[in-house]
Write a protein that binds this ligand. Sequence first.
Ligand SMILES: [Zn+2]
Ligand SMILES: [Zn+2]
Length: 251
Amino acid sequence: MIDSHAHLIWESFDYDRSEVIERALSNKVEAFIHSCVHTKDLEKMFDLQEQYSMVHLSAGVHPCDAHHWSDECESDILKYKDKIIAIGETGLDYFHKDCPLDVQETVFRKHCKLAKELKLPLIIHCRDAFEDTLKILREEDPGGGVMHCYTGDAEYSAKFWELGFYTSFSGCLTFKNSKKLREEARNIPLSRTLIETDCPFLAPQKHRGKRNEPVFVTEVNSMLAEIHSIEDKEVDSITTENTKKLFSLNQ
Ligand SMILES: [Zn+2]
Ligand SMILES: [Zn+2]
C-alpha cells in the first residue's frame, strides 16, 4: 500500500516522526508520496528522504499559499528536478480563500507549465473549483497527475481522467456525512483510483478530530473495498500499481 499524499515534515510529527513512519511500514504501507506546500520546505523534506528512501517528494506551492510564490520557487523546482517525482501541490481552493483567486490561477498555470516542461505528474488540490480546474487543465494540457483528496462526483472524475488525472481518496471517504462521496466512488473505476491520508489532516472517521498518520491509509483502503464489494488486498494491489505507474516508482 502507498500513502499517495502525506505531509510528514509537519511539526505535529516532530516528537514521534520515526515511530509514525515505522508504524506505517510495519502495517502494509511500503511508500509515501510527500506533498510540498512551499518550496522553502524542500531542505527538510530532503533530510527526511535521506533517512527514509521510501519517502518520495514533490515540489510546489499550495493554492492557499500562492501569494507567497516567487521566482525563487520556480528556480528551486528546476534546480531540484532530479530529486522530485511530482509537481505540487497546486490547484485552486475556492473554499478557504486565503489567497486571491486570480493569484491562485496564475500560480496554478505556472505549475502546469513546469510539469509539462519537466515531464512530471501534477498533484492537484481542488476545493469547490472543479469547473475552473478542468478549464485550466484543458488549456495548459500538462500531461497528467492526480486529483488529490477527491470530493467531486464521478462525472468530473471521468473528465479529469481524460486529461490523464487519477482520482485519489482520503479519510473524507470514511466520514459519517460522506454518503454522497461513497456513492460517487462506486462509479469511479479502481483502475483510476489512488489512496492517501493527507496527514496530519483529515483523520478517518474512527480517529476524527485527532492527528492523522500514514498507517490510517489502510482504513481508506478498507472503505473502498467495502464500496466495491471486494477484498482489501485487491484494492491494495490495484491502487499500489496505479501509484507506482503515475509517479514512475521503480521499487
Ligand atoms: Zn491539498
Ligand atoms: Zn496536502
